[in-house]
Write a protein that binds this ligand. Sequence first.
Ligand code: ZN
Ligand code: ZN
Length: 255
Amino acid sequence: MADLVSRRDWNARAPRGDYTQLDSTRGVKVHYTGGRVDPGIAGDHNGCVSLVQSIQRGHMDGNGWVDIGYSFVVCPHRKVFVGRGLHHLPAANGAGLNAGHYAVLGLVGNAGLVQPPDGMLHGILDAIDHVRERGDAGKEIKGHRDGYATDCPGEALYAWVRRGAPRPGGGGGTTPPEAPSFPGRLLKYPPVMHGEDVRTWQAQMRRRGWELEADGAYGPGSRDVCRRFQRQQRVEADGIVGPTTWRLSWEAPMP
Ligand SMILES: [Zn+2]
Ligand SMILES: [Zn+2]
């Protein structure tokens, strides 16, 4: 099941004209942004939303298209943004090539965030499952550069496409770790805070290889581990486990 971000949820502009109907396709073409993608989006889903909005602006105001050119856009968090969506002709594959394939963009570029995180690869495959099940797409998975002169979708995504676009982790359908829901209070010190939420976070940090006791007490040791982890993740190192740090503690790739 694709974790869809509806157009309303990403605050998409309305298309400025009618879409061309697309009954079926041979499959999907995979794309990348071609520019620099701020690696910070890996730890900040709001950054993904802003980026998708700016891509839509570029396509509508810059290219003069009726809408964003992609059928779907996938971010590092395994979210699938609805672009033109099902049964609408995309524009991103290049003139004459849009009726053959849905266009799916992964939010990586040729600088900054270059390597697609596992969550993104899963998300692209979720989008592909979605267009196969609901959009009458065939089995092909290709890169934008197949049949069109472009470096898109970049070396990393294209190599993955050429390998047959396998699910990361090999298991075929394995899901990336997902953080338990945020406990709803900030974990911080001083004073020492106690609770099961503290113990849950500490145990997770131990799994990540940090040295600290999972004793359910958030003291100076926990705060220091938190700060070092935050610096590693390039988020503000305030030593406080808030929603972002909590989520990263599970979902950030292991170094
Ligand atoms: Zn492309
Ligand atoms: Zn995201």
